[in-house]
Structures are given as structure tokens and as C-alpha cells.
Ligand binder design. Structure first.
Ligand SMILES: C[S@@+](CC[C@H](N)C(=O)[O-])C[C@H]1O[C@@H](n2cnc3c(N)ncnc32)[C@H](O)[C@@H]1O
Length: 282
């Protein structure tokens, strides 16, 4: 893209039409994103360690009743949850298409002697395996998939579970998605940031579409030297709590339970998310 493409873009983006995510799987981007996952200054790509410790504690003690099992983490990133769960005795598998995150997760597992296996694959097409005691997909990632892809992922998650196995979803609350879509456009400049290792400017704009109940966020990274533009778009689907329950029931899950957060109770620092737990029937 060139600068002239910006004023010529459609004012209103069509959901998922301009791309389906930021470039998590692109090698250089994934190296830069890994730094954000591991940063202890913010909770942007992954939460900070103290919060993950609290959440893993709830998953292990409450959700899994302190009994070890086999866990599949979809979109595991650098394995910050799987490595902690494996240290508690669970055997863990992670799938993610970020090459830098998978490399880091494998290294941590090797160095820690942890029972973790990682696959660098796309959740939209990967085989998830079978017989797991728990399958998890957290940090609102289900919402970035088109409803059909979300359905397909949930159906493969059902097949990956053992009978009575638990599905753990941490999803976006609907207001957080409409709020994001109604935020005004912003921009920032950086010498070396997430979208480029060269001096650049990032323009961000958001659009809430009431008809489809989606927010599309566009990012345009403008290279300062060449004025070349790289454009990315992410669309987030809003679901009400009742729609989450219906979606899981359509995918043959039973015993759907809702929780306010990944620590089981209201967590004001994580109010954009809620937790849905469901089971594959016996
Ligand atoms: C917000 S991060 C969360 C990472 C991890 N669950 C955590 O909380 O630390 C989302 C993760 O989902 C992964 N992801 C997104 N779409 C994916 C896809 N289609 N296939 C595989 N991984 C995907 C990204 O690479 C990224 O690691």
C-alpha cells in the first residue's frame, strides 16, 4: 500500500474483508511480539506473571479440582500457562502459529524438564488430537474468528476432549467489543516497535458495526523512510452470555457454566473478559 491508498480506503470496513488478524505468524513480527508477551510492564499480549500465577492457581485448584490431567492450550503463545500447569504435574500440549512464541515455549520446556509438547500450526486447520482432560482458549482469542471458524474450532475442541473433559474459554464481554469499536482513531510514532523495527508511524482506527455486532480495528504502519504502508485489520465478534451458551450447546457441549474471570470471582483488572466452562458429555 501507498499513502494515497489511505484517503482512498472505504470509510467503513466490512468485517473480516481486509484481513483476519495482526500478523502473529510472520517471523519478524512474532519476534517483536514475543517481547510484548514477556514484558512485565503491561498486560497487552499476555498478562504479567503475578496475574497468570493467580489464574493458573484457579484453573488447577478449582476447575481441575487439584487433579492432574492432560491439557491442550489453543493459541498458547510462549507457553506461560502450559509451563505453569506442567510444573503442577499436568501434561500439556500447546498449539500456536507464532514461530517465536513456539520456539520460546519449547526452550522453556526443555530447560525446565517440563512435560510440554508444542505445535506451530494454525488453529483454523490443525488437528487437535484426542483424549484431553481440558482444552483451553483464552484471552478473548475466540472472538477474533469469524463465527464459522469459531464453530469449527469448538467442534474440534469437543472431539479433542475425553468424555467429561472440560472446555475452558476466556472470551470478550460484548460491551468491551462495542466500546473498542467506538473509540476515536489514534496514531503514534516509534523508532522500533511492534509493527516495524524501522522508524515508523502507526495509525489505528476502529469501527463498530451494529448490524453484525462486530468491531473492526485497522492498523496502518507507515514506514518513515519510504512512506510505504502496511495495513492490517482485526475483526472481533461480540456475543452475549446467552449466545456463548447457545454456541457451545450447538457444538454439543453440556454443563455450561459462566464465571466472571479466570480467578473465579470478579477481577476488576480483567473486566473486558468473562469465562465459559463446558463439558463433553460422558
Ligand atoms: C493474545 S495472545 C494470547 C497468548 C496466550 N494464550 C496467553 O494468554 O499468554 C493470542 C495468541 O493466539 C495466537 N493465535 C491467534 N490466531 C491463531 C491461529 N489462527 N492459529 C494459531 N494461533 C493463533 C497468537 O499467535 C497468540 O500467541
Amino acid at each position: 500500500m501507498n499513502l494515497i491508498d489511505l484517503p482512498n480506503r472505504p470509510v467503513v470496513p466490512a468485517p473480516w474483508a481486509e484481513g483476519d488478524n495482526i500478523p502473529w505468524s510472520e517471523p519478524d513480527f512474532s519476534e517483536r511480539m514475543l517481547k510484548e508477551h514477556l514484558s512485565q510492564e503491561h498486560d497487552a499480549a499476555s498478562r504479567r506473571a503475578a496475574k497468570i500465577d493467580q489464574q493458573v492457581n484457579w484453573i488447577h485448584n478449582h476447575l481441575l479440582g487439584g487433579r492432574t490431567t492432560s491439557v491442550l492450550d489453543l493459541g498458547c503463545g510462549p507457553g506461560l500457562y502450559t509451563s505453569r500447569l506442567a510444573a503442577l504435574g499436568h501434561s500439556c500440549t500447546g498449539i500456536d502459529f507464532s514461530p517465536a512464541s513456539i520456539r520460546y515455549a519449547r526452550k522453556q520446556a526443555r530447560q525446565g524438564g517440563l512435560h510440554c509438547t508444542y505445535y506451530a500450526e494454525d488453529l483454523r486447520s490443525a488437528y487437535f488430537g484426542s483424549g484431553y482432560g481440558m482444552v483451553m482458549l483464552i484471552y478473548g482469542e475466540l472472538n477474533v474468528f469469524h463465527t464459522e471458524a469459531a464453530h469449527d474450532i469448538l467442534q474440534r475442541a469437543w472431539q479433542a476432549l475425553a468424555p467429561r473433559g472440560a472446555l475452558l474459554l476466556e472470551v470478550s464481554v460484548p460491551d468491551s467489543i462495542s466500546y473498542r469499536g467506538n473509540r476515536p482513531p489514534t496514531w503514534y510514532s516509534s523508532q522500533n516497535g511492534l509493527f516495524s523495527s524501522r522508524p515508523h508511524i502507526v495509525l489505528e482506527e476502529n469501527h463498530w458495526d451494529e448490524a453484525s455486532r462486530t468491531t473492526t480495528t485497522r492498523y496502518y504502519a507507515v514506514d518513515a523512510a519510504s512512506a510505504g504502508v502496511s495495513g492490517y485489520a482485526v475483526t472481533y465478534q461480540a456475543y452475549t452470555p446467552d449466545e456463548y451458551v447457545a454456541l457451545l450447546q450447538e457444538c454439543r457441549f453440556h454443563d455450561v457454566m459462566l464465571y466472571p474471570s479466570l480467578i473465579g470471582v470478579q477481577d476488576d483488572s480483567q473486566s473486558d473478559y468473562m469465562v465459559v466452562v463446558a463439558r463433553r458429555p460422558a
